[in-house]
Design a protein around this ligand. Structure first.
Ligand SMILES: CC(C)(COP(=O)(O)OP(=O)(O)OC[C@H]1O[C@@H](n2cnc3c(N)ncnc32)[C@H](O)[C@@H]1OP(=O)(O)O)[C@@H](O)C(=O)NCCC(=O)NCCS
Length: 138
């Protein structure tokens, strides 16, 4: 495999973002047909690490964080042709490297990645809860 370049907070277009999500398979679990949503996801995330091979975008880690207490890693994706070469791990390592000493990294795993996170050191948190879009507080 050619050398991979990792970049911090480079601007990428929504089209590039959608393309790498689709090439990773994560596109099936993200609203890739809703350009407004995809552009908003890029515009309002505040920590982006990208991986490029010979200029081609092959991996992305997109997070929303306060840099001090919590960091939600919302999209981690590596082009299928480049998976299992350590790119995902390096994207997370570089994401974590931007965070303060008290900052916890949180994420919701895609079904295909449930064995990945424990394998690389994440702990399962049984007290995590989500409120789905439109769900009402009762
Ligand atoms: C999950 C994903 C980001 C992992 O990235 P990657 O670059 O392929 O993974 P790495 O090369 O960093 O893998 C590190 C280790 O985890 C293992 N691993 C990789 N994918 C795995 C998986 N799905 N399940 C279990 N272990 C996995 C690797 O074999 C490697 O093990 P080793 O260090 O013992 O050799 C990537 O496979 C992907 O984009 N998948 C599709 C989209 C997705 O599910 N994203 C997660 C959204 S929450």
């Amino acid at each position: 495999m050619n050398a991979i370049d990792f970049l911090l907070n480079e601007k990428i277009t929504a089209a590039e973002f959608i393309d790498v999500l689709n090439r990773s398979s994560l596109g099936q679990r993200r609203p890739v047909d809703d350009l407004v949503c995809m552009q908003g996801m890029l515009d309002h995330a505040n920590l982006l690490v990208t991986a490029r091979s010979q200029g081609k975008l092959v991996g992305v880690s997109r997070s929303v964080t306060d840099f001090h207490f919590c960091c939600y890693l919302s999209c981690l994706a590596v082009d299928s042709a480049f998976q299992r070469h350590g790119i995902g791990k390096e994207l997370i390592r570089l994401t974590q490297a931007q965070l303060g000493a008290r900052c916890t990294l949180l994420l919701v795993s895609a079904p295909a990645a449930v064995d990945y996170y424990p394998h690389i050191g994440f702990e399962h948190h049984p007290q995590a809860w989500i409120l789905k879009p439109g769900a009402k507080i009762v």
